[in-house]
Design a protein around this ligand. Structure first.
Ligand code: HEM
Length: 405
């Protein structure tokens, strides 16, 4: 790959979506950083690549997420897709005051104590999935860690939390995978499976809400909120869909990289086996080193003084979280994977008003799952080449063959 200093910001950004760039975007982030912490890529398009610039862009109330109104201008015709309408009804695609109202209401169902109460359940779900891996790989055959574990745990956990019965988990995983297509961006290509999934899911939630009225789970709590007329029916479904999908592949990607880095650093794998308390710091460094969501974006509503210059209204700022996480001004030797670092605050869950609502849950899942996996299979080893997801924003492994004996 051409990564000379002379590479323009525009070339570096374009190279990020090439196969080489998707495999290893980090040298390209340095090419971008050579132009500054906030780089003008072309008129109306900026890239934040410094830690402080990313953080400030996400916290600045003058910067907005692309919402329905914005998509009407940028991608007319998007409303024909129920999957896109579903996301547009969720908090991630709303600005204030709608966003704060939704987030407050959804947080009521998704409380810290409810998440913390999942600890035993997560350990049990982990052990069940490890039993499955033992059955498949007990004779030394390779097992795909992503298919058999990393993609199953997040769905099992979020389903349990939302109140989806176990008998529906397999169906739920398929629905979530189809819906995730629509999270890749508001383009209208190839969305038929996502639209079907959205329609099925909306009907399913309405029926489940009636069935579980009065139970102690997120859906029932939110259904009550809707009864009080503070979250419309569409908003309820949109936000349930967001909870289902926002934490699915992201946590799968986190688990995949957590294991890959453990294989690459056997000394850390040994500590994870011996000391559960090592896991949270390890997971934090995995999040910094390999952000599952490499970038998000914000729009500048009107001409604004930002980062010491005037950014014209209507401009888009790409906030490259994966670059901010490796800013040498924030972390010494940022390309070194070092779980012993102190003061690690990765940008991987965003920052500001839209800071990830599920961050405690995914941190908890990874911190429980990883030591249990390594303790259960002392001979766990990589068995051949993994494959990567062919996307830049979503960064993670698609398949990861391992042997367990
Ligand atoms: C490692 C796993 C995860 C990563 C890397 C991740 C990443 C992110 C990021 C970067 C954002 C902010 C996007 C922006 O500002 O444009 C976000 C928002 C969000 N995430 Fe996560 N997420 C993860 C897991 C989860 C889980 C498990 C859930 C729920 C069960 C979840 C639910 C949400 C929700 C609801 C929002 C929107 C918050 C808002 O708009 O106020 N995420 N996530």
């Amino acid at each position: 790959m051409e990564t000379t200093v002379a590479m323009s910001a525009r070339e570096a950004l374009a190279a990020l979506v090439s196969p080489e760039g998707r495999t290893d975007p980090y040298p390209l982030y340095e090419r971008l950083r050579a132009h500054g912490d906030l780089v003008e890529v072309k008129p109306g398009l900026y890239a934040a690549v410094g830690y402080a610039a990313c953080d400030r862009a996400l916290r600045d109330p003058r910067l907005r997420v692309q919402d329905a109104e914005g998509y009407d201008r940028a991608a007319p015709g998007w409303r024909a897709h129920s999957s896109l309408r579903g996301y547009a009804d969720s908090m991630l695609y709303r600005n204030e005051p709608d966003h704060a109202r939704m987030r407050r209401l959804v947080s009521r169902g998704f409380t810290a104590s409810r998440v913390a109460g999942m600890r035993t359940g997560i350990a049990e779900m982990t052990d069940r999935l490890l039993d499955g891996m033992a059955e498949l790989g007990g004779d030394g055959s390779p097992v795909d860690f992503v298919a058999e574990f990393a993609s199953r745990l997040p769905i099992a956990v979020i389903s349990a939390l939302l109140g989806v019965p176990e008998s529906d988990h397999v169906w739920f995983r398929e629905i979530a995978a189809d819906l995730t297509l629509a999270l890749e961006g508001f383009t209208s290509d190839g969305l038929a499976p996502a639209d079907r999934a959205m329609d099925d899911l909306a009907a399913y939630f309405v029926e489940l809400m009636d069935r579980r009225r009065g139970s102690d789970d997120v859906l029932s709590t939110l259904a009550h909120v809707r009864d009080a007329d503070r979250l419309t029916g569409d908003e309820l479904v949109g936000n349930m869909m967001l909870l289902l999908t926002a934490g699915f592949e992201t946590t799968t990607f986190l688990l995949g990289h957590a294991l890959l880095l453990a294989f690459e650093h056997p000394e850390h794998a040994a500590r994870l086996r011996a000391d559960d308390a090592f896991a949270p710091g390890y997971v934090e460094e995995v999040l910094r080193f390999e952000a599952p969501v490499q970038a998000t974006s914000r729009l500048v509503a009107e001409d604004s003084e930002l980062f010491g210059r005037t950014i014209p209204g209507g401009s888009k700022i790409l906030v490259i979280l994966g670059a901010g996480n490796r800013d040498p001004k924030r972390y010494a030797d940022p390309g070194l994977f070092d779980p012993e670092r102190t003061d690690v605050q990765p940008l991987s869950f965003g920052a500001g008003a839209h800071f990830c609502l599920g961050s405690p849950l995914s941190r908890l899942e990874a911190s429980i799952a990883l030591p249990r996996l390594l303790q259960r299979f002392p001979g766990l080893a990589q068995a051949g080449q993994y494959t990567r997801r062919e996307t830049w924003v979503g960064r993670g492994l698609d398949t990861f063959p391992v042997t367990i004996v």
